[in-house]
Design a protein around this ligand. Sequence first.
Ligand SMILES: O=C(CO)[C@H](O)[C@H](O)COP(=O)(O)O
Length: 236
Amino acid sequence: MSPAELKRAAAARAVALVEDGMRLGLGTGSTAALFVALLGERVRAGLTVVGVPTSEATRMAAEAAGIPLTTLDATPDLDLTIDGADEIDPELRLIKGGGGALLREKIVAAASRRMVVIVDGAKRVETLGRFPLPIEVVPFGLVATTLAVAAAIRSAGCAGPLAVRKGADGTPFVTDGGHFILDAGLGRIPDPEALARALVAVPGVVEHGLFLGLATGAIVAEAADGQPRIVTLGAA
Ligand SMILES: O=C(CO)[C@H](O)[C@H](O)COP(=O)(O)O
């Protein structure tokens, strides 16, 4: 089975969690986009929900799908956020930000009573860190901030290269918030909480892609005999 088929299976299961009247956080990435498209089908069939998108890309996709949207300022308490992830460990700790939307994704997840992660089985790891950790930083003082981030990483017992994320044209990728992203290829993060504490202490770091204590459940689609098999973790 292709990753896309597995992502679609996870997204389809997540759509079934949505109830009439819910205030939803809408994640970013290819898996979340499948969820948004399927949610749009239910909305067109009469479901009443309102969504807060976690990126401009998701806002456009949700509008195209006919999903009514609001903002966190107008609707600061959300019932449920559905989002993808780049990695998930057995304690529902995540690495997110492969799509560059980690800041809004984390704000929206933190404003939600529940966050259910939708992933294909390849995203499950015993220890976070195989996927490069995205760290969102302000452009001002980039070199000084990068050196301080490197020191913070070492202080948390990690090591590995740090690179400014580039777009297709070779210039720095710019987030929806106007920031840059440093991708940290750490291989293994033995103590994600310690690393998170060290990173947020660095001036210039806006946010990082470690989502700790935010996900309340996960829907994992794995391939079994050519069919998707859904495994749920936590409350999902
Ligand atoms: O964190 C994210 C975007 O910032 C995505 O959820 C993450 O990158 C997973 O993406 P995909 O569903 O395309 O594999």
